[in-house]
Design a protein around this ligand. Structure first.
Ligand code: TYM
Length: 336
């Protein structure tokens, strides 16, 4: 998997789960790149509701979460005039290709996925779907002839599996699937928990004090940054191994202001001013997103998703035709 530059007019695909609150890690690690990659590329973005079901969920939470996540994506700047925005379960081909992906990835590969190990350690009921999750993710990506997948660093292993699945499929059945070549890593690819900076910021963190929600009020943001764990030596230095808390604040401020976190460290001699500037930068970054989020009506979001699914299906159907043909599935009207 390579990172960095994007080929000219590339197909871009990415997804986000609809459950839990959208947080700063999602925004800085992925969503901001989704927005910038709309320029000059063919971008397809998806609310992956089927992925959320790998862990038992309340149906109401899935339904409202899906609409609210689409609302959030529009609020951060996904533009339906330039990109396709849709819900995974609206395009049935995701399931169909996921099954075929399960036949080309191995039990051993799926067993090595660190996210599966983490999540299954924390769950009482470990569904087969949780185990096969990366095969569905591979299908999401490969169904759109994707070249570029903007994600945070935590998805690296899943992307490598998608790439291996495409290569193996092509080896078995002939050149059929596009092998995704690029993984975007940029500033903000790994935003850590404010209370436990050795862990990534996540929806499932034990304490909400460690996670900044995109819908948090300015007061909450200030409070959470003020209470962020640092250390006792008092030196502002970018050193994620030795100084994870301070480095995380520098990464956040750097990503929010498009500045190199190492260079930023030279501007500060104390933690207080670093925290104050970080909170201010976040508030001015997030406030316009909140305003747009609050002004979007459900009907408009649903209409956008409807149109998005139609456009996504067109691409997915043609790729699936190619895939069915390659694996030897006889078309229904083969007899004429
Ligand atoms: P999800 O819903 O957990 O997260 C959505 C995106 O946010 C990024 N992210 C982070 N980036 C930096 N720092 C963090 N602390 C942080 N936490 C989350 C994630 O890397 C992701 O880009 N399996 C995927 C969803 C998915 C998908 C796909 C992604 C399903 N199919 C196809 C790409 C392509 C997931 O659970 O992301």
């Amino acid at each position: 998997m390579t990172s960095g530059s994007v080929p000219e007019r590339a197909r871009v695909f990415s997804g986000i789960q609809p459950t839990g609150e959208t947080h700063l890690g999602n925004y800085l690690g992925a969503l901001r790149n989704w927005v910038s990659l709309q320029d000059g590329n063919d971008a397809v973005y998806c609310v992956v509701d089927l992925h959320a079901l790998t862990i038992p969920q309340d149906p109401g939470v899935v339904a409202t979460g899906t609409i609210n996540m689409a609302r959030m994506l529009l609020a951060v700047g996904v533009d339906p005039d330039r990109s396709i925005l849709f819900v995974q379960s609206h395009v049935r081909e995701h399931n169909e290709l996921a099954w075929l992906m399960q036949t080309v990835v191995s039990f051993g590969e799926l067993s090595r996925m660190t996210q599966f190990k983490d999540k299954s350690d924390r769950s009482q009921f470990i569904s087969a779907g949780l185990f096969a999750y990366p095969a569905l993710q591979a299908a999401d990506i490969l169904l759109y002839d994707t070249a570029v997948v903007p994600v945070g660093d935590d998805q690296r292993q899943h992307l490598e599996l998608a790439r291996d699945a495409a290569i193996r499929f092509n080896f078995r059945y002939g050149d059929t699937l596009v092998v995704p070549a690029h993984h975007i890593t940029k500033a903000g690819a790994r935003i850590m928990d404010l209370q436990h900076p050795e862990n990534k910021m996540s929806k499932s963190a034990e304490s909400i004090q460690g996670t900044i929600g995109i819908l948090d009020s300015p007061k909450e943001i200030e409070k959470k940054i003020k209470r962020a764990v640092t250390d006792n030596d008092g030196e502002v230095r970018f050193d994620p191994a030795e100084k994870p808390g301070v480095s995380n604040l520098l990464s956040i401020l750097g990503a929010a202001t498009d500045t190199d976190p190492k260079a930023l460290a030279h501007d500060y001699s104390q933690y207080g001013p670093l925290k104050k500037d970080t909170a201010e930068a976040l508030i001015s970054l997030i406030e316009p997103v909140q305003t747009r989020y609050n002004n979007l009506a459900d009907e408009d979001v649903l209409e956008t998703l409807d149109q998005g699914a139609d456009k996504a299906r067109e691409i997915a159907e043609s790729v699936m035709e190619r895939v069915r043909d390659a694996v030897g599935l006889v078309p229904q009207n083969a007899g004429g």
